[in-house]
Design a protein around this ligand. Structure first.
Ligand code: AKB
Length: 341
Protein backbone atom coordinates (compact mmCIF):
# COMPACT_ATOMS: atom_id res chain seq x y z
CA UNK A 1 0.00 0.00 0.00
CA UNK A 2 1.35 3.46 -0.85
CA UNK A 3 1.17 6.16 1.82
CA UNK A 4 -1.38 8.85 0.92
CA UNK A 5 0.42 12.20 0.88
CA UNK A 6 0.40 15.86 -0.08
CA UNK A 7 3.30 16.95 -2.31
CA UNK A 8 4.74 20.46 -2.05
CA UNK A 9 7.37 21.60 -4.54
CA UNK A 10 9.49 24.67 -3.87
CA UNK A 11 8.95 24.13 -0.15
CA UNK A 12 11.84 26.40 0.83
CA UNK A 13 10.19 29.39 -0.80
CA UNK A 14 8.12 31.96 1.02
CA UNK A 15 4.74 30.39 0.28
CA UNK A 16 6.16 26.94 1.03
CA UNK A 17 7.25 28.04 4.50
CA UNK A 18 3.84 29.50 5.26
CA UNK A 19 1.92 26.55 3.83
CA UNK A 20 3.94 23.88 5.68
CA UNK A 21 3.60 25.69 9.00
CA UNK A 22 -0.15 26.13 8.51
CA UNK A 23 -0.78 22.52 7.53
CA UNK A 24 1.22 21.33 10.55
CA UNK A 25 -0.63 23.64 12.94
CA UNK A 26 -4.00 22.61 11.54
CA UNK A 27 -3.19 18.92 11.92
CA UNK A 28 -5.35 16.00 10.79
CA UNK A 29 -3.82 16.20 7.32
CA UNK A 30 -2.20 13.53 5.14
CA UNK A 31 1.59 13.44 5.51
CA UNK A 32 3.43 16.18 3.61
CA UNK A 33 6.33 15.27 1.36
CA UNK A 34 8.36 18.06 -0.11
CA UNK A 35 10.52 18.28 -3.19
CA UNK A 36 13.07 21.04 -3.34
CA UNK A 37 16.31 21.63 -5.21
CA UNK A 38 18.07 21.98 -1.85
CA UNK A 39 17.55 20.46 1.61
CA UNK A 40 14.66 21.82 3.66
CA UNK A 41 15.23 24.77 6.00
CA UNK A 42 15.62 23.72 9.66
CA UNK A 43 12.64 25.88 10.64
CA UNK A 44 10.16 23.73 8.72
CA UNK A 45 11.87 20.34 8.51
CA UNK A 46 10.10 19.00 11.63
CA UNK A 47 6.74 19.57 10.01
CA UNK A 48 7.17 17.33 6.96
CA UNK A 49 7.00 13.56 6.54
CA UNK A 50 9.85 13.32 4.05
CA UNK A 51 12.12 15.69 2.13
CA UNK A 52 13.13 14.78 -1.38
CA UNK A 53 16.09 16.83 -2.55
CA UNK A 54 15.87 17.03 -6.29
CA UNK A 55 14.88 18.87 -9.42
CA UNK A 56 11.36 19.11 -10.82
CA UNK A 57 13.08 18.61 -14.21
CA UNK A 58 14.08 15.09 -13.10
CA UNK A 59 11.18 13.02 -14.41
CA UNK A 60 12.69 9.77 -13.08
CA UNK A 61 12.59 11.25 -9.58
CA UNK A 62 8.95 12.27 -10.06
CA UNK A 63 8.11 8.72 -11.18
CA UNK A 64 9.65 7.30 -8.01
CA UNK A 65 7.42 9.64 -5.98
CA UNK A 66 4.21 8.19 -7.41
CA UNK A 67 5.55 4.66 -6.99
CA UNK A 68 6.20 5.39 -3.32
CA UNK A 69 3.25 7.62 -2.40
CA UNK A 70 -0.42 7.99 -3.29
CA UNK A 71 -0.36 11.74 -3.89
CA UNK A 72 -3.83 13.31 -3.80
CA UNK A 73 -2.87 16.98 -3.75
CA UNK A 74 0.07 18.84 -5.26
CA UNK A 75 1.00 22.40 -4.28
CA UNK A 76 3.40 23.28 -7.09
CA UNK A 77 5.23 26.29 -5.65
CA UNK A 78 8.65 25.89 -7.29
CA UNK A 79 9.43 28.80 -9.65
CA UNK A 80 12.02 31.41 -10.57
CA UNK A 81 10.41 34.81 -9.88
CA UNK A 82 10.16 37.78 -12.23
CA UNK A 83 13.42 39.63 -11.62
CA UNK A 84 15.51 36.44 -11.34
CA UNK A 85 13.94 35.14 -14.57
CA UNK A 86 15.02 38.22 -16.54
CA UNK A 87 18.68 37.37 -15.99
CA UNK A 88 18.28 33.88 -17.44
CA UNK A 89 14.99 33.67 -19.34
CA UNK A 90 15.67 30.26 -20.91
CA UNK A 91 16.47 28.73 -17.50
CA UNK A 92 13.29 30.33 -16.16
CA UNK A 93 11.33 28.74 -19.00
CA UNK A 94 12.82 25.33 -18.24
CA UNK A 95 12.02 25.53 -14.52
CA UNK A 96 8.73 27.42 -14.68
CA UNK A 97 7.20 25.70 -17.72
CA UNK A 98 8.89 22.34 -18.28
CA UNK A 99 8.93 21.79 -14.52
CA UNK A 100 5.18 22.45 -14.42
CA UNK A 101 4.57 20.14 -17.39
CA UNK A 102 6.49 17.40 -15.56
CA UNK A 103 4.34 17.87 -12.44
CA UNK A 104 1.10 17.98 -14.46
CA UNK A 105 2.07 14.77 -16.27
CA UNK A 106 2.84 13.19 -12.91
CA UNK A 107 -0.55 14.33 -11.57
CA UNK A 108 -2.28 12.85 -14.63
CA UNK A 109 -0.48 9.54 -14.21
CA UNK A 110 -1.20 9.50 -10.49
CA UNK A 111 -4.89 10.19 -11.13
CA UNK A 112 -5.03 7.32 -13.63
CA UNK A 113 -3.34 4.95 -11.16
CA UNK A 114 -5.63 5.83 -8.26
CA UNK A 115 -8.76 6.29 -10.33
CA UNK A 116 -9.51 9.50 -8.44
CA UNK A 117 -8.87 13.23 -8.79
CA UNK A 118 -5.45 14.64 -8.05
CA UNK A 119 -5.79 18.25 -6.98
CA UNK A 120 -3.15 20.50 -8.54
CA UNK A 121 -2.81 23.87 -6.83
CA UNK A 122 -0.89 26.44 -8.86
CA UNK A 123 0.28 29.91 -7.75
CA UNK A 124 -0.04 32.19 -10.74
CA UNK A 125 0.67 35.90 -10.49
CA UNK A 126 -0.29 39.47 -11.32
CA UNK A 127 2.79 39.23 -13.54
CA UNK A 128 0.57 37.70 -16.25
CA UNK A 129 -0.91 41.17 -16.79
CA UNK A 130 0.67 43.79 -19.06
CA UNK A 131 -0.75 47.32 -18.91
CA UNK A 132 0.70 49.26 -21.89
CA UNK A 133 1.23 52.59 -20.10
CA UNK A 134 0.52 54.45 -16.84
CA UNK A 135 -2.52 56.24 -18.28
CA UNK A 136 -4.14 52.90 -19.19
CA UNK A 137 -3.11 51.48 -15.80
CA UNK A 138 -4.76 54.36 -13.94
CA UNK A 139 -7.93 54.14 -16.04
CA UNK A 140 -8.16 50.33 -15.75
CA UNK A 141 -8.39 50.31 -11.94
CA UNK A 142 -9.20 46.82 -10.66
CA UNK A 143 -8.56 44.45 -13.60
CA UNK A 144 -10.57 41.24 -13.99
CA UNK A 145 -9.01 37.92 -14.97
CA UNK A 146 -9.67 38.23 -18.70
CA UNK A 147 -8.21 41.68 -19.41
CA UNK A 148 -4.67 42.78 -20.31
CA UNK A 149 -3.27 39.25 -20.42
CA UNK A 150 -0.09 40.52 -22.12
CA UNK A 151 2.88 39.89 -19.81
CA UNK A 152 6.20 41.71 -20.38
CA UNK A 153 8.40 39.29 -18.39
CA UNK A 154 9.45 35.71 -19.00
CA UNK A 155 8.01 34.83 -15.59
CA UNK A 156 4.67 36.40 -16.51
CA UNK A 157 4.67 34.55 -19.85
CA UNK A 158 5.49 31.31 -18.02
CA UNK A 159 2.71 31.73 -15.49
CA UNK A 160 0.08 32.62 -18.11
CA UNK A 161 1.05 29.64 -20.29
CA UNK A 162 0.98 27.31 -17.27
CA UNK A 163 -2.56 28.46 -16.49
CA UNK A 164 -3.56 27.26 -19.96
CA UNK A 165 -1.57 24.05 -19.52
CA UNK A 166 -3.42 23.39 -16.28
CA UNK A 167 -6.76 23.67 -18.04
CA UNK A 168 -5.48 21.44 -20.84
CA UNK A 169 -4.41 18.70 -18.43
CA UNK A 170 -7.68 19.02 -16.55
CA UNK A 171 -10.05 18.89 -19.50
CA UNK A 172 -8.32 17.93 -22.76
CA UNK A 173 -5.23 15.82 -21.95
CA UNK A 174 -4.46 13.20 -24.63
CA UNK A 175 -7.89 13.84 -26.08
CA UNK A 176 -7.12 11.91 -29.28
CA UNK A 177 -5.47 8.92 -27.58
CA UNK A 178 -6.91 5.61 -28.79
CA UNK A 179 -7.38 4.21 -25.30
CA UNK A 180 -9.98 6.15 -23.37
CA UNK A 181 -7.73 6.44 -20.28
CA UNK A 182 -9.45 8.19 -17.39
CA UNK A 183 -7.33 11.14 -16.18
CA UNK A 184 -8.52 13.34 -13.34
CA UNK A 185 -6.30 16.39 -12.85
CA UNK A 186 -8.23 18.90 -10.78
CA UNK A 187 -6.25 22.07 -11.65
CA UNK A 188 -6.91 25.25 -9.67
CA UNK A 189 -4.89 28.49 -9.66
CA UNK A 190 -4.81 31.80 -7.84
CA UNK A 191 -3.06 34.84 -9.29
CA UNK A 192 -1.09 36.13 -6.31
CA UNK A 193 -0.28 39.82 -5.92
CA UNK A 194 2.95 40.85 -4.22
CA UNK A 195 3.29 38.84 -1.01
CA UNK A 196 4.66 40.17 2.27
CA UNK A 197 5.87 37.69 4.88
CA UNK A 198 7.08 38.49 8.39
CA UNK A 199 9.01 35.22 8.61
CA UNK A 200 10.88 35.00 5.32
CA UNK A 201 12.47 37.26 2.76
CA UNK A 202 11.65 36.95 -0.94
CA UNK A 203 14.31 36.28 -3.54
CA UNK A 204 14.21 37.55 -7.08
CA UNK A 205 10.80 39.16 -7.24
CA UNK A 206 9.92 42.59 -8.62
CA UNK A 207 7.32 43.19 -5.93
CA UNK A 208 10.02 42.51 -3.31
CA UNK A 209 10.44 46.21 -2.50
CA UNK A 210 7.59 45.96 0.02
CA UNK A 211 9.04 43.16 2.20
CA UNK A 212 12.60 44.36 1.62
CA UNK A 213 11.70 47.84 2.90
CA UNK A 214 10.00 46.46 5.99
CA UNK A 215 12.69 43.93 6.92
CA UNK A 216 15.46 46.53 6.37
CA UNK A 217 13.67 48.97 8.70
CA UNK A 218 13.27 46.31 11.38
CA UNK A 219 16.94 45.35 11.05
CA UNK A 220 17.95 49.01 11.31
CA UNK A 221 19.44 49.03 7.84
CA UNK A 222 19.04 51.74 5.19
CA UNK A 223 16.95 50.78 2.17
CA UNK A 224 16.91 52.18 -1.37
CA UNK A 225 13.49 51.43 -2.86
CA UNK A 226 13.85 50.56 -6.55
CA UNK A 227 10.46 51.99 -7.61
CA UNK A 228 8.98 55.48 -7.59
CA UNK A 229 6.92 56.60 -4.55
CA UNK A 230 3.74 56.67 -6.66
CA UNK A 231 4.10 53.03 -7.81
CA UNK A 232 0.95 51.08 -7.01
CA UNK A 233 0.32 47.32 -7.28
CA UNK A 234 -1.77 44.85 -5.23
CA UNK A 235 -0.28 43.09 -2.21
CA UNK A 236 -1.30 40.51 0.36
CA UNK A 237 -0.03 39.36 3.74
CA UNK A 238 1.36 35.81 3.58
CA UNK A 239 -1.28 34.29 5.91
CA UNK A 240 -3.95 35.42 3.45
CA UNK A 241 -2.02 33.83 0.56
CA UNK A 242 -2.07 30.50 2.41
CA UNK A 243 -5.75 31.00 3.21
CA UNK A 244 -6.53 31.61 -0.48
CA UNK A 245 -4.68 28.47 -1.62
CA UNK A 246 -6.32 26.23 0.98
CA UNK A 247 -9.81 27.69 0.60
CA UNK A 248 -9.73 27.22 -3.16
CA UNK A 249 -8.32 23.69 -2.70
CA UNK A 250 -11.26 22.78 -0.49
CA UNK A 251 -13.98 24.42 -2.60
CA UNK A 252 -16.51 21.98 -4.09
CA UNK A 253 -15.85 21.62 -7.82
CA UNK A 254 -19.43 22.47 -8.71
CA UNK A 255 -18.94 25.95 -7.19
CA UNK A 256 -16.09 26.82 -9.54
CA UNK A 257 -17.02 28.89 -12.59
CA UNK A 258 -13.36 29.13 -13.62
CA UNK A 259 -10.01 27.52 -12.77
CA UNK A 260 -7.87 30.67 -12.43
CA UNK A 261 -8.82 33.35 -9.92
CA UNK A 262 -7.59 36.80 -8.94
CA UNK A 263 -7.13 37.32 -5.21
CA UNK A 264 -5.94 40.45 -3.46
CA UNK A 265 -6.05 42.37 -0.18
CA UNK A 266 -4.67 45.94 -0.52
CA UNK A 267 -3.05 48.17 -3.14
CA UNK A 268 -0.73 50.73 -1.52
CA UNK A 269 1.70 53.02 -3.25
CA UNK A 270 5.36 52.58 -2.38
CA UNK A 271 5.13 55.90 -0.52
CA UNK A 272 2.24 54.58 1.59
CA UNK A 273 4.31 51.47 2.37
CA UNK A 274 7.18 53.76 3.38
CA UNK A 275 4.92 55.84 5.61
CA UNK A 276 3.40 52.86 7.43
CA UNK A 277 6.88 51.32 7.80
CA UNK A 278 8.33 54.55 9.26
CA UNK A 279 5.36 54.84 11.63
CA UNK A 280 6.31 51.42 13.00
CA UNK A 281 10.11 51.80 12.89
CA UNK A 282 10.87 55.47 13.53
CA UNK A 283 14.59 55.06 12.74
CA UNK A 284 13.85 53.58 9.33
CA UNK A 285 16.08 55.03 6.60
CA UNK A 286 14.12 54.62 3.36
CA UNK A 287 14.93 56.51 0.18
CA UNK A 288 13.71 56.08 -3.39
CA UNK A 289 16.16 55.19 -6.16
CA UNK A 290 13.96 53.95 -9.04
CA UNK A 291 15.57 51.30 -11.22
CA UNK A 292 14.23 52.20 -14.64
CA UNK A 293 13.82 48.66 -15.99
CA UNK A 294 12.38 47.12 -12.80
CA UNK A 295 10.10 50.17 -12.58
CA UNK A 296 8.82 49.43 -16.08
CA UNK A 297 7.83 45.92 -14.96
CA UNK A 298 5.93 47.25 -11.94
CA UNK A 299 4.26 49.91 -14.12
CA UNK A 300 3.00 47.11 -16.42
CA UNK A 301 1.24 45.36 -13.54
CA UNK A 302 -2.26 46.48 -12.55
CA UNK A 303 -2.85 48.94 -9.70
CA UNK A 304 -5.53 46.57 -8.43
CA UNK A 305 -7.28 43.35 -9.44
CA UNK A 306 -10.97 42.42 -9.35
CA UNK A 307 -11.32 39.34 -7.13
CA UNK A 308 -15.13 39.23 -7.21
CA UNK A 309 -15.14 35.81 -8.93
CA UNK A 310 -13.15 34.26 -6.04
CA UNK A 311 -15.46 35.95 -3.54
CA UNK A 312 -18.56 34.68 -5.31
CA UNK A 313 -17.40 31.14 -6.15
CA UNK A 314 -15.54 30.07 -3.01
CA UNK A 315 -16.03 32.79 -0.41
CA UNK A 316 -12.64 34.44 -0.72
CA UNK A 317 -12.23 37.23 1.84
CA UNK A 318 -8.83 38.38 3.13
CA UNK A 319 -8.27 38.62 6.88
CA UNK A 320 -5.77 41.50 6.58
CA UNK A 321 -6.22 44.91 5.00
CA UNK A 322 -3.13 47.17 4.89
CA UNK A 323 -3.51 48.46 8.46
CA UNK A 324 -4.27 45.05 9.96
CA UNK A 325 -1.47 43.41 7.97
CA UNK A 326 1.02 45.73 9.61
CA UNK A 327 -0.55 46.09 13.06
CA UNK A 328 -1.63 42.49 13.65
CA UNK A 329 0.84 40.43 11.64
CA UNK A 330 3.90 42.10 10.15
CA UNK A 331 5.08 44.51 12.86
CA UNK A 332 4.69 42.27 15.93
CA UNK A 333 6.23 39.25 14.17
CA UNK A 334 9.07 41.13 12.50
CA UNK A 335 9.86 43.14 15.65
CA UNK A 336 10.23 39.87 17.54
CA UNK A 337 12.39 38.39 14.81
CA UNK A 338 14.78 41.35 14.89
CA UNK A 339 14.41 41.89 18.67
CA UNK A 340 13.13 45.40 18.10
CA UNK A 341 11.89 46.99 21.36
C1 AKB B 1 7.43 38.72 -8.29
O1 AKB B 1 7.62 39.87 -7.95
O2 AKB B 1 7.99 38.17 -9.25
C2 AKB B 1 6.41 37.90 -7.52
C3 AKB B 1 5.08 38.07 -8.15
C4 AKB B 1 4.39 39.36 -8.14
O3 AKB B 1 4.54 37.09 -8.66
N1 AKB B 1 6.41 38.32 -6.14
Amino acid sequence: MRTKAILITGANGEVGHGLIRYLAERGNMPPVIVLDIRGLDDAIRPYVWETKVGDILDTALLDTLINEYEIDTIYHLAALLSTHSEFNPEQAHRVNVQGTVNLLRMAAEQSRLRGQDVKFMFPSSIAIYGLPDLETKAAAGAVNEDLFNAPTTMYGCNKLYCEHLGRYYAFHYRQLAVSDEPYHVDFRAVRFPGLISALTMPTGGTSDYAPEMLHAAAAGKPYACFVRPDSRIPFMAMPDAIKALLTLAQAPTEQLTRRVYNVTSFSPTAAELRDITVSAFSNAQIRFEPHQKRQAIVDSWPADVDDSAARADWGWNPDYDLRAAFDDYLIPTIAERYQVK
